[in-house]
Design a protein around this ligand. Sequence first.
Ligand code: SAM
Ligand code: SF4
Length: 327
Amino acid sequence: MARPLVDTFGRVHRDLRISVTDRCNFRCTYCMPEEGLEWLDRSEILTFEEIEQIARVMVNTFGVDSIRLTGGEPMVRANLDELVSRLAALGTDVAMTTNGSTLRRHAQLLKDAGLRRINISLDSLQQERFLELTRRDELDTVLDGIDAALEAGFDPVKINCVVMRGVNDDELVDFARFGRDMGVVVRFIEWMPLDADEGWTNDRVVSQKEIVAAISEVFPLEPIQRGHEPAQRFRYLDGIGEVGVIASVTQAFCGDCDRVRLTAEGQFRNCLFAVDEFDLRTLVRNGASDEELAAEIERGVGAKWAGHQIGKVNFIRPHRSMSQIGG
Ligand code: SAM
Ligand code: SF4
């Protein structure tokens, strides 16, 4: 019988994000420095067996019912379908966030392995701007990857778009139209201070309010009753689809957060913005039992703060960028 993974504020954690690699074939300006980052040595990264042991404890001991694979770029990890099928066999929902650049080759394989849900990151529909933002000229490849995900039967396919003032905030309506035309759910994400170049400033964050107002001028929206998910959903009044906004900065949802994270090198994090990490890799490599791992995970969750303080004077910026933590 599973016991709840609960913190001192009574929040129950049922959602695990696993970074399977810190490597990436893109270098998005809001996530990585231009010169790239120094990759972890392969020996530092958890093996599939090690990930599976930690995931098993999360599912069997704590009733975690949702696992999302991320990175870095999860699809640069070889044989990812094998990991997906091992995790799906635990009886949990398995999802992935990807830049979409290799989906044409892998979407069907991953679907067949048991991947249930997919989010594809796309921050511009304009070729030149896509190149500037990702430092890769692969807009067409990613668009083709979205087609491949739809053809493989992922439903819904979600598009993650990080909105940055003066960078891509003139494309909000284009993205709304794209979502409606393609039958995909676009989720706009407020830019968070996790870029490696530390270029983030509060005034460059485009708020949920601004995003919804801009889209509503062309395609009127109304809010959908909020569930546990971080995105506030809005439906189009004409009935053709919906959008979501993840307002991590202007309307932080820390009070409802049910998420914990495992980095590629096996560090357990109780928050995206956590400063402390809990070393599960050493435990696993020293032959710890499931109960010993569970105790360390409970210690990690017990240390969780009430919430991050982005934009306030007491905000402490994590040392690592989004790609190193696992977004
Ligand atoms: N490489 C994959 C991708 O791009 O989808 C997975 C890892 S990426 C770090 C996960 C998500 O984090 C992406 O949707 C990305 O847009 C988002 N992200 C990265 N840096 C961010 C930032 N500073 N603020 C908000 N979202 C960010
Ligand atoms: Fe890579 Fe994803 Fe970060 Fe872009 S957002 S650099 S694709 S990890």
